[in-house]
Design a binder for this molecule. Structure first.
Ligand SMILES: C[S@@+](CC[C@H](N)C(=O)[O-])C[C@H]1O[C@@H](n2cnc3c(N)ncnc32)[C@H](O)[C@@H]1O
Length: 221
């Protein structure tokens, strides 16, 4: 195995190991920052709404997919209240298994759960009105980031959009606790341009504690 391949395998294996031991709680999903979840969801809802038909836009509300969904924090509070049904794709099987308990009654509108790394996942063609990718893209290499976005573009329904929401740091940082990268806003935009997607809007999440790096929402098509 070439050194680059070995490094890439370690990058993905280490993340898998980290997440395997994390409790099935909001705090676990957010690395101890569970208290920001409500602000996060409110910010996401306000960002998303103008794109949707119900908010005067052209994006439908039939089907969404939550990428790197964890136990379904976003599925429960943001996506299920808006979309007829939601799919989840997640690396850690235990999180998918815990989703029913976390989500409760509305879990019946979760359609498919895929246990898969995003680097290996291909959304079904033309299926999704919204593809939501939050706090997970740092777990993909640059090449996989670009290729995943390209496969997501093919998974969009007519007028569908992709929303990427993640931390952006002043410099590229590697976190060896969970084996992920934090990219700069410029680098993230560079990779978006490389994927051929169009940036419709971007906005910084407001109201987060100062200790957290800027969190940016990017709407793409
Ligand atoms: C920081 S948590 C965020 C969970 C969820 N997006 C949220 O905001 O509540 C990161 C999630 O990504 C998952 N994950 C890590 N690497 C992944 C990969 N390569 N593909 C898909 N999911 C991954 C982890 O298991 C974990 O559930």
């Amino acid at each position: 195995m070439a050194e680059e391949e070995r490094d890439e395998k370690k990058f993905y294996d280490d993340a898998k190991k980290y997440w395997k031991d994390i409790p099935l709680t909001i705090n676990g999903m957010l690395g101890g920052f569970g208290q920001i979840s409500v602000t996060d969801i409110n910010g996401s809802r306000a960002f998303l709404r103008p794109f949707l038909t119900i908010g005067g836009g052209s994006t439908g509300t039939k089907k969404a997919i939550d990428c790197g969904s964890g136990i379904g924090r976003i599925t429960k509070r943001l996506l299920l209240p808006t979309f007829d049904s939601v799919d989840m794709v997640e690396l850690t099987q235990d999180f998918l298994d815990g989703a029913e308990q976390h989500i409760g009654e509305d879990f019946k509108r979760v359609d498919k759960q895929f246990c898969c790394g995003l680097q290996d996942f291909t959304p079904e063609k033309g299926k999704y009105d919204v593809i939501w990718i939050q706090w997970v893209i740092g777990h993909l290499t640059d090449d996989h980031f670009v290729q995943f976005l390209q496969r997501c573009r093919d998974g969009l329904s007519e007028n569908g959009i992709i929303v990427l929401k993640d931390n952006c740091s002043p410099e590229k940082v590697f976190d060896d606790t969970d084996s992920s990268y934090m990219r700069t806003r410029e680098h993230t935009l560079e990779l978006i341009v490389k994927s051929g997607l169009k940036l419709l809007n971007s906005q910084k999440q407001k109201g987060f504690p100062k200790a957290i790096y800027d969190v940016i929402m990017f709407a793409l098509q």
